[in-house]
Ligand binder design. Structure first.
Ligand SMILES: *Cc1c(COP(=O)(O)O)cnc(C)c1O
Length: 379
């Protein structure tokens, strides 16, 4: 069977291999069967292995949902009564975490940092040293809205210095950028199958310290469906997820994990980096400016600023590219219009070259000046 190959440059779901797509076509099975539970158990340990954790110390807890479910779960499940969460917020995803705290009425400090800057460690330490009730320090590894990479190892070390647990949203770095859960001082990280793993949507997972999950047994239960301890405990008792899992996505993820280990962590990271490099060069050639300074970028996402050209219309450019098999995506910054080109997925430099040929044609088609113009000089 031949399946049309689309190049997704949006920040997930990603372009997948045909073998991952086809892995979903399996005989019908009830996910309460032991055969299915065995797949989940193997997956849990593989997911820990991807971030180099020991399965004696860390586990992966699986959930049916998109990546946001992980954020919800970690925030609502890991906070003891009368304790506070510190959100280090320099982008749309950490802002979402603060919003989750708000909806659950979780006491939190929303430490806002400009979206094009990394947080200052002294400023974090000042808050930690003056607020002894902080229990969770939370941030986002790669702010997917912009492509800014946060210094998690250093933030994690500070969190531990003040006896806090460190929760990191690694949804847009997991299985793309090498992570060492222990060395990076991570107590909990998270991702979903459709991003770095290049599988399908619907399966998400929190990877964290078993000891801390067990401690959370006595914490207030603020959600029935989205509680970390309850899901963890249910799997230990039964070998199953508590509620119906996304069966076909699990099969696709199993295949994707096999392909991940076959490609290799360093090789995969190099591929994403060369794709990002090709994106950077392609943008530069057309005159586009990037929003985030190159040295602060994760190397996985480029945010290009809309040109100052009356003929520029993102929707039209998007549609032109989309019709030719390339998906581009708007940015997530409130005061600057940007679009994003991401290097996740089963794509390579050749795909990016093909994309830029199409993007150039799109600009010419709509009479956008090339190289693109800006009124102000942006550094
Ligand atoms: C994709 C992503 C999420 C989850 O978003 P969903 O729309 O729920 O899949 C969370 N955090 C980050 C950093 C992400 O990139």
């Amino acid at each position: 069977m031949s399946i049309k190959r689309n190049i997704l440059l949006n920040p997930g779901p990603a372009t997948t291999t045909d073998t991952v797509k086809m892995a979903q076509v399996v005989p019908d099975i009830c996910p309460r069967e032991k055969e299915f539970g065995d797949i989940l158990a193997q997956m849990q340990s593989d997911l820990v292995k991807i971030v180099h954790g020991s399965t004696e110390e860390y586990t992966a807890v699986l959930f049916c949902g998109s990546g946001t479910i992980n954020m919800d779960i970690c925030l609502n499940s890991l906070l003891p009564e009368n304790k506070i969460i510190l959100i280090i917020n320099n982008g749309a995803y950490s802002a979402r975490a603060a919003e989750i705290c708000h909806y659950y009425n979780l006491p939190h400090i929303n430490m806002k940092v400009p979206v094009d800057e990394i947080p200052k460690l002294e400023a974090i330490e000042e808050i930690l040293s003056s607020t002894p009730d902080i229990h969770i320090v939370y941030t986002t590894h790669n702010e997917t809205g912009t492509g800014l990479l946060n210094p998690i190892r250093e933030i994690g070390a500070l969190a531990h210095k003040y006896n806090c647990i460190f929760v990191v949203d690694t949804t847009s770095t997991y299985a793309m950028l090498p992570i060492d859960i222990e060395k990076d001082n991570i107590d909990f990280c998270m991702a979903s199958a459709q991003k770095g793993l290049m599988a399908m949507t619907g399966l998400s997972f929190v990877i964290g310290k078993i000891k801390l999950i067990e401690q959370s047994k006595s914490y207030p239960k603020r959600s029935y469906y989205c509680n970390l301890y309850l899901q963890y405990e249910y799997f230990i008792k039964t070998g199953q997820m508590h509620f119906t899992p996304p069966v076909q996505t699990v099969y696709a993820t199993k295949q994707a994990i096999e392909e991940y280990f076959l490609e290799g962590e360093d090789e995969k990271f190099s591929r994403h980096k060369s794709v990002n490099e090709a994106i950077y060069n392609g943008l530069k050639e057309l005159g586009f400016k990037e929003f985030i300074k190159r040295e602060l970028q994760s190397g996985l996402i480029s945010s290009a600023i809309y040109p100052d050209d009356e003929n520029w219309d993102f929707e039209k450019i998007h549609d032109y590219c989309y019709e030719r098999g390339f998906t581009i995506y708007p940015g997530k910054i409130s005061n600057t219009n940007t679009f994003r080109l991401c290097s996740l997925g089963a794509i390579d430099v050749m795909d990016i070259e093909a994309f830029f040929a199409v993007l150039k044609k799109a600009l010419e088609h709509y009479n956008v000046a090339v190289p693109v113009k800006y009124n102000e000089v942006i550094q």
